[in-house]
Design a protein around this ligand. Sequence first.
Ligand SMILES: [Zn+2]
Length: 218
Amino acid sequence: MERGLIIDQFDELRSLYSDLTLQKSDGVWHIQGQLVFIANFAEQVIEDEYSIHLVVPESYPDCVPVAYETGNRIPRHFHKYKDGNLCLGEPLAVWKTFSEHPTLLGFVQNNLVPYLYSFSYLCKNGRLPFGELSHGELGRIEYYQDQFNVRSEHSLFGLIAILAQGEYRGHIQCPCGSKKRLRLCHGPHVLEIMRSTPSGYFKSLYQFMSQRGLAYFR
Ligand SMILES: [Zn+2]
């Protein structure tokens, strides 16, 4: 990671979020301070602020910053990983969003603020503005059910099985239950995901779903 890149991107970030500071310690860049925002994602304008800490990994911008909320407002059960960093969404979806505007400002505006907005919205309204995703593999199940637009976990399991096994055969019946051939139904979407994810990406999800007593016969 180039020093100049971080400094330029931080200047751009600070032009909108002026209470943040940049420091380097132990070879890693840290951005800390108050993030003050006004956002309107779900037809409700919310103005709020959070104490945040972003750790910019060595491999940035090939991977996203790691985000923490340091004011103890957001409880552990609200989409946080075990070590306390914020779970901003399904990792592939987070990456996809970031890669469209791969800067610190892009990350804050497109990945972090929507997360903080949803927590503020929950506190105000007692419900989340977007469909709630649970943690880890359960969250991934919900994410892919949404992506593939399939209602049952059983239908999804068939599609995940294909992704996990990496064997695409377009002539089989699509596991979603449409009775169409795979290539005329979910096939193109499955192929697109297969091509953009490393092998093994769906292994843990497949195992998790298998343990939930799902079976996929074809
Ligand atoms: Zn289908």
